[in-house]
Ligand binder design. Structure first.
Ligand code: DGP
Length: 115
């Protein structure tokens, strides 16, 4: 989608600090980090949210996005200390960019419940 900021990052049209990329997903540093490690992991293909990722193709999209997030967590040394994966969804979930994304947060102890 031309007007989607994350699609434009995935295509390279908007610069971002790319951490890792596969044919199906991209991981890049969040512009407004909320933890020492704050990486966003997105599918290259646009879906507004996980609910739109239907059927076998949707299952693959979600799985490959999650797989990249887990690989990046490993690469950044977070397996031992741990980390948090978050998918804010919709207005109540606090989603501000309507392109499905996982927040990978680490490098500090997380609070629960979230705000
Ligand atoms: P959410 O609120 O869950 O939709 O998170 C969207 C995140 O995207 C938020 O933490 C800030 C980040 N973000 C928004 N625009 C950009 C951008 O242009 N570049 C990067 N790197 N991150 C962005």
């Amino acid at each position: 989608m031309n007007d989607c900021v994350f699609c434009r990052i995935a295509s390279g049209e908007i610069p971002a600090t790319i951490v890792k990329r596969t044919p199906e997903a991209v991981a890049f540093r969040d512009l407004n980090p909320q933890a020492p490690v704050h990486v966003l992991v997105i599918p290259t293909q646009h879906v507004d949210s996980a609910a739109q990722a239907t059927g076998d193709a949707g299952e693959a999209l979600l799985g490959k996005t999650m797989r990249l997030a887990v690989e990046v967590a490993h690469d950044l040394g977070l397996d031992g200390p741990g980390y948090r994966l978050v998918a804010n969804t919709g207005v109540d979930g606090g989603q501000s960019v309507p392109h499905f994304h996982l927040h990978l947060l680490g490098g500090r102890r997380m609070d629960w419940p979230p705000g």
